[in-house]
Design a protein around this ligand. Structure first.
Ligand code: SF4
Length: 264
């Protein structure tokens, strides 16, 4: 059994490939205090739980790599700041690679960007998961301003036309005309809706607010963070942890998968 000092949450932590900090093992009643400490330190929610933008992975690009032809880190940061908190039919992942070697695996993302000598190539409608699909090239050698404008349109068109829980890959496969139709709509503006899509994205960017901070500033929302509504000071006694590799993990029965069990 893992015991924790009151001032130390003792969370299982790791850095993700998408440049997030994973933290596991918080009890629901601990969340406001954890968020308070993180918000005060300048962190904000990464929406790991949401049907929303998750990550914009990047390689180091020209910042550190001799092969890099563009600043992939700078673009990834800009894209993440622009689309953070964007609610969508399903999770959205992105990546930016600084050259065609593709270390950020941008072609496995809902929208991925690969640097070229002349600008950026934009790939769309890829994913990993149960049914992997390589993203397809939508536009090539565009400058940063054009790239962002097309991503704005792509994301808003997806959000407005996909079914709930439909990621971009099945969305494009179900679309009549497929990638050619998508390109006609969001690059060539064949339906005359691009200004509307761009305005919707601008509204999202202007309205963004960190959801952790929002909870901390709302007494009614804060009151929901208890294990039992009729005993708000009582933590759920069924949640216990054991230690593995120096960090806490859930105490649970070994899984019966027909393989020798690894001793903790
Ligand atoms: S994708 Fe290219 S620029 Fe980025 S780390 Fe890999 S080799 Fe370097």
């Amino acid at each position: 059994m893992v015991t924790r000092r009151p001032s130390c949450f003792g969370l299982y932590s790791k850095i993700t490939g998408g440049q997030r900090i994973d933290m596991f093992g918080a009890r629901v009643e601990q969340l406001p205090a954890i968020w308070r400490r993180l918000v005060d330190a300048g962190f904000e929610s990464g929406h790991a739980y949401g049907k929303s933008l998750r990550t914009v992975k990047s390689c180091v690009g020209t910042t550190w790599c001799r092969y890099g032809v563009q600043d992939s880190v700078g673009l990834a940061v800009a894209l993440e700041l622009r689309y953070r908190g964007l609610r969508s039919p399903h999770k959205i992942k992105s990546g930016v690679s600084g050259c065609a070697r593709e270390c950020a695996e941008a072609r496995a993302k809902d929208f991925g960007v690969i640097a070229t000598e002349n600008g950026w190539n934009l790939y769309v409608d890829g994913n990993g998961g149960f049914t992997p699909r390589h993203a397809e090239l939508l536009v090539s050698d565009v400058d940063t301003e054009t790239l962002v404008k097309i991503i704005d349109r792509f994301l808003m068109f997806y959000i407005r036309t996909a079914d709930r829980l439909q990621r971009t890959a099945p969305w494009i496969e179900a679309m009549e005309g497929g990638l050619d139709h998508l390109r006609a709509v969001i690059v060539d503006d064949s339906l005359g809706i691009c200004a509307d899509l761009e305005a919707a994205m601008e509204a999202h960017v202007a309205d963004y607010a960190d959801e952790w901070r929002g909870v901390l500033e709302d007494e009614e929302k804060l009151s929901r963070f208890v294990s039992f509504v009729n005993a708000p000071d009582t933590p759920d006694p069924t949640i216990t942890f054991v230690e593995e590799r120096g960090q806490p993990v859930p105490a649970r029965e070994p899984m019966l998968i027909g393989l020798p069990q690894v001793q903790r």
